[in-house]
Design a protein around this ligand. Structure first.
Ligand SMILES: *[C@@H]1O[C@H](CO)[C@@H](O)[C@H](O)[C@H]1NC(C)=O
Ligand SMILES: *[C@@H]1O[C@H](CO)[C@@H](O)[C@H](O)[C@H]1NC(C)=O
Ligand SMILES: *[C@@H]1O[C@H](CO)[C@@H](O)[C@H](O)[C@H]1NC(C)=O
Length: 405
């Protein structure tokens, strides 16, 4: 009898450890720091006048920075730690921590979400990558390495775009139309993300609705609808709605932040800090919510080189100062471009849910969450609290609709 108990206890322990593997303290610190980076990078990008939609994965940016630290020496490498507020971490803990974080949040098996992350470092044809660097950057950051000849610029650009399209299953057809400064090393992240909702939408309920880009410009988008119980907060003072939509088996969720009505997002962006976000999340309560959400795909590509420099990564990007000699054994490289591109697809798919809820009282008088104007969103991991994506949708693809205003 006691034998069976012992076996049962052991089994339970094994199951628990498989399900709830604790993050190391380094990974936890880096998860937290990468969330800080999310907001500073977002703000830095949002201040550009001609930027419309924004889509960045702070976790992937952090791991690309880790790759730069791996290839860098002296202050070129130590600046990476400063940008990640991780000056006190030892190198090996930086790399193992970032690597652990990335594999945790991108594990498709446990998370039931499609997230293809392809990372590549392009170098000019004169460079020869050091074996050791190739091996460690593959191991920790899943980077591969390729030389590219920019003498024929058009075919070089084409081959980058072809790689991105192929490695995302065609979802991300273009990273860039042109490459400035082809004499340096170039980071390219090509990603595809598709949330799998914890509770799915109904295919049959998708219809075309107007999305107000501005007072005078409306585009038609397919809109999906559903009513369910969601964590929701109505900030009546700031005139903002917040909604938490769980993904997969609730390992992560997409948090939508939307002003009551159409307005430029800068008012909301000024409020957007990690502390404010935590406050909002703590105030959310489970409510019946009737959601209408555009069923759209966004393809966004940013060159983060300048933005990372503004956040403190000044040496790696400076041809005269960069010391990236662990990449090639020579001091012959600098970081000339950081292309960070994603396709992000919002669709109806998700888990089936308990339909008996419709006959209960729980869904009476739902709050309306009608996403027909610009909004901000986060994809936040429930375990590490790191931010898998931060972005905004101000102009979805769609045909211009007849003005009704
Ligand atoms: C960089 O190269 C030096 C030797 O030149 C080596 O001691 C150091 O471990 C390397 N750093 C990394 C992160 O590989
Ligand atoms: C998520 O789970 C559903 C149901 O188990 C499955 O059909 C789907 O393929 C999974 N998706 C991913 C990306 O794991
Ligand atoms: C986070 O996970 C816990 C435990 O599975 C769950 O109860 C909670 O609802 C999740 N939170 C979100 C925001 O999905």
């Amino acid at each position: 009898m006691w034998m069976t108990n012992v076996v049962a206890v052991c089994l339970l322990a094994i199951l628990a450890s498989a399900e709830d593997k604790k993050l190391s303290s380094h990974a936890t610190t880096l998860a937290d720091n990468s969330a800080d980076l999310a907001f500073s990078l977002y703000h830095n990008m949002a201040k550009e006048k001609d930027t419309e939609n924004i889509l960045i994965s702070p976790v992937v940016v952090a791991s690309s920075l880790g790759m730069v630290a791996l290839g860098g020496k002296a202050s070129t490498a130590s600046q990476v730690k400063t940008v990640l507020s991780a000056d006190k971490l030892k190198d090996e803990h930086l790399h193992s921590g970032l690597s652990e974080l990335l594999s945790e949040v991108s594990d498709a098996k446990t998370r039931n979400t499609t997230w293809k992350i392809n990372n590549r470092l392009y170098g000019p044809s004169s460079v020869s990558f050091a074996d050791d660097f190739v091996k460690t950057s593959k191991k920790h950051y899943n980077y591969d390495h390729t030389k590219i000849n920019f003498r024929d610029k058009r075919s070089a650009v084409n081959s980058i775009n072809e790689w991105a399209a192929k490695s995302t299953g065609g979802k991300l057809p273009e990273i860039t139309k042109d490459v400035q400064n082809p004499d340096g090393a170039m980071i390219v992240n090509a990603m595809f993300f598709k949330p799998h909702w914890d509770e799915k939408f109904h295919d049959a309920m998708v219809d075309t609705r107007g999305f107000l880009v501005s007072r005078s410009f409306t585009v038609g988008v397919p809109m999906m609808h559903r009513t369910g119980l969601y964590d929701f907060y109505d900030d009546t003072e700031k005139r903002i709605y917040l909604l938490n939509m769980p993904l997969g088996q609730k390992q992560a969720s997409m948090i939508l932040i939307m002003p009551y009505q159409l307005e430029p997002l800068d008012r909301l962006e000024k409020l957007l800090t990690k502390t404010q976000m935590d406050t909002w999340i703590s105030k959310m309560q489970s409510k019946a919510v009737a959601i209408s959400l555009p069923k759209i795909s966004l393809e966004v590509s940013h060159n983060l080189q300048k933005h990372l420099a503004e956040l403190g990564l000044t040496e790696a990007v400076d041809k005269a100062k960069a010391d990236l000699s662990n990449i090639s054994g020579k001091k012959d490289l600098y970081l000339s471009n950081v292309f960070h591109a994603s396709a992000f697809e919002l669709d109806v798919e998700g888990n089936p849910f308990d339909t008996t809820i419709f006959s209960s009282e729980k869904l009476r008088n739902p709050k309306l969450f009608y996403v027909d104007h610009p909004f901000i969103f986060l994809v936040r991991d429930n375990k590490t609290k790191s931010i898998m994506y931060i972005g905004r949708v101000v102009r979805p693809k769609g045909e211009k609709m007849r003005d009704e205003l």
